[in-house]
Write a protein that binds this ligand. Structure first.
Ligand SMILES: NC(=O)c1ccc[n+]([C@@H]2O[C@H](COP(=O)([O-])OP(=O)(O)OC[C@H]3O[C@@H](n4cnc5c(N)ncnc54)[C@H](OP(=O)(O)O)[C@@H]3O)[C@@H](O)[C@H]2O)c1
Length: 274
């Protein structure tokens, strides 16, 4: 098996998430610019990308994919059928396809390709941009241990990784891929609270964001149940318990549970849309 630094990568669909991974992998020096080619639907998008990163680009998915060892599918679910049909004959069993597409199973991809190509699915999130991503990984029927290891290695350079059964991937999409979007709303709202009680907005935003980051690191590093950590902050008759009373009164807990249920439901149906 070649080392990561010896492999050629094709990013098919260098949109928001494709660019996030591109930047994360270049910034972390996981890949060099010479190893990467990226495609998009519009030439304007490729000009933007080339302006920011000196990599090869192409409007031709086949041309980009045929010389790559690893083909990273970063298109929207709705574009997947067409792109897979385009690549069906080009992709070979010696290559590895890694798909980050929500809603699209490894089985769906395998069925549309003409050869027995190893397919690995990864569901990352945008904090990959700053090395704090979370990527959940599973393999399709032709993916071997080495393909999963390679994928863990790639995504491990831009954050944490876990392996999980594919049946959970819509839930992972709802919680982990969409999750940063929900947390930005929480941070923004906490900061608004800070502004309401007199803090300058910039200070309030930094305090809110660092409180979220610190709390998240406590959960991950101590491995304690969040309720135990919450109890440790909540001194009897102190200010935290008064705040929690308001938070429960506002239904934050139920709202967040319903948020994940709804995002998961939506993740299931994306592939059905044209
Ligand atoms: N955004 C996230 O946080 C996130 C997280 C995890 C997974 N994902 C998954 O990542 C995928 C991309 O999401 P995104 O937010 O990055 O969407 P996006 O910004 O719309 O990017 C999609 C890219 O695909 C390109 N494209 C469309 N049709 C194409 C074709 N036929 N050939 C080549 N390129 C084509 C588009 O090119 P043009 O720009 O030229 O139109 C665009 O650059 C989705 O499947 C999503 O589920 C996203």
């Amino acid at each position: 098996m070649q080392r990561l630094s010896e492999k050629k990568f094709a990013i098919i669909g260098v949109g928001k998430m494709g660019e996030t991974l591109l930047k994360g992998l270049l910034d972390s020096q996981t890949l060099k610019k010479e190893q990467i080619i990226a495609t998009a639907r519009h030439a304007e998008r490729l000009s933007e990308i080339q302006h920011r990163y000196p990599i090869a680009t192409s409007l031709d998915n086949r041309e980009a994919a045929q010389n790559a060892d690893v083909v990273l599918l970063c298109i929207k679910p709705q574009a997947t059928r067409d792109v897979l049909d385009e690549l069906a004959e080009t992709l070979q069993p010696t290559q590895l396809v890694i798909s980050i597409i929500a809603s699209v199973s490894t089985g769906f991809i395998e069925e549309r390709l003409h050869n027995e190509v190893p397919v690995v699915r990864s569901m990352p999130n945008t904090p990959c941009l700053v090395g704090a991503g979370m990527s959940t990984i599973c393999g399709g029927k032709y993916a071997m241990a080495e393909h999963l290891e390679l994928t863990k290695n790639i995504f491990g350079h831009v954050g944490r990784t876990i392996m999980l059964d594919e049946k959970h991937f819509d839930a992972v999409t709802g919680l982990s891929a969409s999750g940063p979007g929900f947390i930005y709303v929480v941070i923004e709202a906490l900061a608004e609270g800070g502004v309401k009680v007199g803090l300058p907005r910039k200070v309030a935003t930094e305090l809110a964001a660092q409180a979220c980051l610190g709390a998240a690191q406590m959960v991950i590093q101590t491995d304690e149940h969040p309720a135990v950590l919450k109890d440790a902050v909540t001194t009897p008759a102190g200010c935290t318990i008064d705040g929690i009373l308001k938070l429960e009164e506002g239904g934050l807990r139920v709202t967040l549970i319903k948020t994940i249920v709804e995002a998961t439901r939506r993740a299931k149906e994306l592939i059905e849309e044209e």
